[in-house]
Design a protein around this ligand. Structure first.
Ligand code: ADE
Length: 365
């Protein structure tokens, strides 16, 4: 946030520029006065997202607004920086695009794609509530295959751009007006050092130390990596102390079954999350869920999950190859032929990877 206004690396797609804009002298820079703000779409602890209409073009966007004082006071400057830098690298139909960033005295603004249909999680819950339609409780197999393919396609692009997302979950998978996905929230992403300047190392490590993600989708190697999981570790310790206070646990709290902590973070953490999401799309619930974070982490580290009766064999085969404790052994890991090998799994048979985002999305029941 050194410049007062920075243009996005690429022009907006033709579809969103089709309204009455001045094509002779297009205004490339934007500030808050260029937008009419509408409904609040979401509120996080460090940001508010609002729908906003570009006064010049009529196009709608989602604008993420961050309060400068709050960001500085809570030492989140590096998170905001990572979010901007990683989003700027992305150019994929399944990932929210960053069009402009600007700031005024009080606030930072990220102008993003508006995903009109909100979070995938909402639809998993909705379909689950109407689950007369499906034997397992959520999406049918073709719908699951479609959304899993879109998510994988987005993940592939993130990794190709030298980034690990690290917080892929149904709340961060938004849906556009055509019910295609838009992956969002790169605030906890990691820029891979080999593809970036070495100077980013201490920066990203610092951010990783205060990272708080979502328990249910975190991979075992992230849980076991002390440098990335201070927040997880402390919340797990608090949960454990609460258990000690209420009832004597009959299990040892020390973790014995987990693999050795991996020295390097790998892209396969995002593939673990994909495995969790495919399971959740079919059943309506994540595979690892304890009554508190400590118990959830124990389940993850012990690979303690089961497939309900009726879980399709082809999905079972795929999920069991993604939910593997050793990140190097996971299907889709660089060591296992990469994402190409994962795309070749029978679960994805019939997927047209090139045209996925142009096809009509399956109807939800
Ligand atoms: N909530 C958070 N980000 C959003 C976006 N880009 N579109 C719609 N709702 C959102």
């Amino acid at each position: 946030s050194s410049s007062s206004s920075s243009a996005a690396p690429l022009p907006p797609p033709a579809a969103s520029r089709s309204t009455s804009q001045n094509d002779v002298h297009p205004k490339l820079r934007r500030d808050a006065s260029d937008f009419e703000f509408g409904a609040t779409l979401g509120e996080g602890s460090y940001s508010t997202v609002m729908a906003a209409r570009d006064k010049h073009t009529g196009s709608w966007y989602a604008i993420k607004i961050l309060d400068k004082k709050h960001i500085i006071r809570h030492k989140k400057v590096k998170y905001v920086d990572i979010e901007k830098n990683t989003l700027n690298r992305m150019n994929h139909p399944g990932i929210v695009r960053l069009y402009w960033t600007f700031h005024d005295q009080q606030q930072l603004y990220f102008v993003l794609d508006l995903a009109r249909n909100g979070e995938l999680l909402t639809y998993i819950k909705k379909v689950r509530a109407n689950s007369l339609a499906t034997p397992l409780g959520a999406f049918d197999l073709p719908t699951t295959q479609f959304y899993a393919a879109e998510i994988l396609s987005a993940i592939e692009h993130v990794h190709e751009m030298g980034v690990i997302h690290r917080d892929i979950k149904p709340e961060n998978i938004l849906l556009d007006e055509n019910m295609h996905i838009k992956l969002t929230d790169f605030g906890t992403a990691k820029i891979l050092e080999s593809l970036d300047d070495g100077g980013k190392d201490s920066l990203t490590r610092h951010r990783a130390n205060s990272w708080v993600g979502t328990a249910e989708y975190v991979s075992p190697e992230l849980l076991n990596d002390k440098s990335t999981c201070k927040a997880y570790a402390s919340s797990a310790i608090i949960s454990f102390l609460l258990i000690l206070k209420s009832a004597a646990p009959n299990q040892s709290p020390t973790n014995t079954n987990s693999p050795a902590a991996s020295p390097h973070l790998s892209t396969s953490s995002d593939l673990w999350a994909l495995g969790c999401i495919i399971y959740q799309l079919l059943t309506g619930r994540p595979p690892f869920k304890g009554s508190n974070e400590y118990l959830t982490f124990e389940k993850i580290k012990n690979l303690q999950y089961t497939f309900p009766y009726g879980f399709p064999d082809v999905a079972r085969d795929l999920v069991s190859k993604l939910l593997v404790l050793d990140p190097a052994t996971r299907l889709g890991a660089p060591e296992q032929g990469g994402i190409k090998a994962l795309k070749a799994h029978a679960f994805f048979e019939g997927i047209d990877w090139e045209r996925l985002f142009e096809l009509p999305a399956p109807k939800l029941h």
